[in-house]
Design a binder for this molecule. Structure first.
Ligand SMILES: C[S@@+](CC[C@H](N)C(=O)[O-])C[C@H]1O[C@@H](n2cnc3c(N)ncnc32)[C@H](O)[C@@H]1O
Length: 199
């Protein structure tokens, strides 16, 4: 059964699926400049929304396999309408990734991780599906510690199913439990960070 945060996210993102919600050019540009993809690099966009970043990944290489997963049925419908080649889209929760063990080389998760209310379960799944050398790129909301703490107090009341804003330390802590090492942490704007982990 879906938890309260997942249910709220699903309802909210279904309602904004046609509105290009979550579009962040700055985040895209920063991440895309560092990604190297060959024909065999399998990539999952976790919480892919309307598929806008999958389109950009497809522009980098037209042959590799792409996956997109999102809890919002309507977001996945919009992504499907884009008919991105060699891209398999799934409606689903981050806690249950429908991919084989070790089958994904890179997971990108943009502006979505802060919605996951049981991140330890998501991370177990991420670890399971990642290949031996796999990497995870989290791009998410950032702010100063005091503001973050205040926002975190109010998040349980958010209509869009936001669960937690992370600092580098708190994000590293949950990734470390599953044996991930942080490779890079960058604050790319007053409101956004990018953190890269390796298995
Ligand atoms: C702010 S949008 C970002 C979408 C996309 N990553 C982008 O950058 O445009 C957050 C997305 O995370 C999805 N989401 C929230 N909770 C989720 C969960 N537990 N499992 C999978 N997707 C989830 C939402 O449905 C929504 O599409």
């Amino acid at each position: 059964m879906k938890n309260n945060y997942s249910e709220k996210s699903k309802i909210f993102f279904d309602s904004v699926a046609e509105s290009r919600y979550g579009n962040s050019k700055k985040l895209d540009k920063y991440i895309l400049k560092d990604i190297e993809i060959d024909d065999n690099t399998t990539i999952l966009d976790l919480g892919c929304g309307d598929g806008r970043f999958l389109e950009k990944l497809r522009d980098l290489n037209s042959n590799n396999v792409l996956y997109g997963l999102d809890i919002s049925e309507k977001m996945i419908a919009v992504a499907s309408s884009k008919k991105i080649k060699r891209c398999k889209l799934t409606i689903g929760d981050s806690n249950y990734l429908p991919y084989n063990d070790g089958s994904i080389d890179l997971i990108v998760c943009l502006n979505s991780f802060h919605h996951y209310s049981t991140p330890s379960l998501t991370l177990k799944e991420i670890k399971r599906v990642l290949s031996l050398d796999g990497r995870v790129i989290i791009g998410d909301i950032f702010t100063l510690p005091i503001i973050r703490e205040m926002i975190n107090l109010y998040l349980p009341y958010s209509k869009s199913g936001d669960y937690k804003m992370y600092s580098k330390k708190s994000l590293d802590k949950i990734f470390n439990v599953e044996g991930f090492k942080n490779q890079k942490f960058s604050i790319i704007s007053p409101w956004l960070f990018v953190s890269v982990y390796k298995k």
